[in-house]
Design a protein around this ligand. Sequence first.
Ligand code: CA2
Length: 145
Amino acid sequence: MADKLVYVLNGPNLNLLGTREPEIYGADTLDDIGNALSDRAAQLGLTIDMRQSNHEGHLIDWMHEARSEGALAVLLNAGALTHTSIALYDAIRAIELPVIEVHLSNPHAREKFRHKSYVSMAAKGTISGFGANSYLLALEAAAAL
Ligand code: CA2
């Protein structure tokens, strides 16, 4: 049987990971995280499809695609769109797939404007504050669904 597919979607500015603000976001690049996820996914009998965009509409199109491709789950680090995007909230509700919200940092320990998450309001659950390991923990959660 084909491996179960997990989409891993990353929003604005996450392409800069590993180049700036390592004290907040860690030293790993998004490629490093993708490689670690692929290795763990193979052990779990999963395949990941990891993408990043600075554009809200791309993220929404990819959420729809996850549904049409029959993905098991979506791991979503929507970046700052987490705190603003009703369109992403609607997309999460619409696709009827488990979406696991991921953050490198703990937004609740940061500025007040990061405390609100539209993603949380529709997600299955949230893993935040563990740096790159947040993604791996979220993958474990997806595998256990
Ligand atoms: O902690 C997270 O994963 C965040 O989703 C990261 C977002 C932030 O707006 C959220 O509140 C929490 C920011 C991503 C920007 O990433 C950068 C990486 C390196 C340098 C500058 C920004």
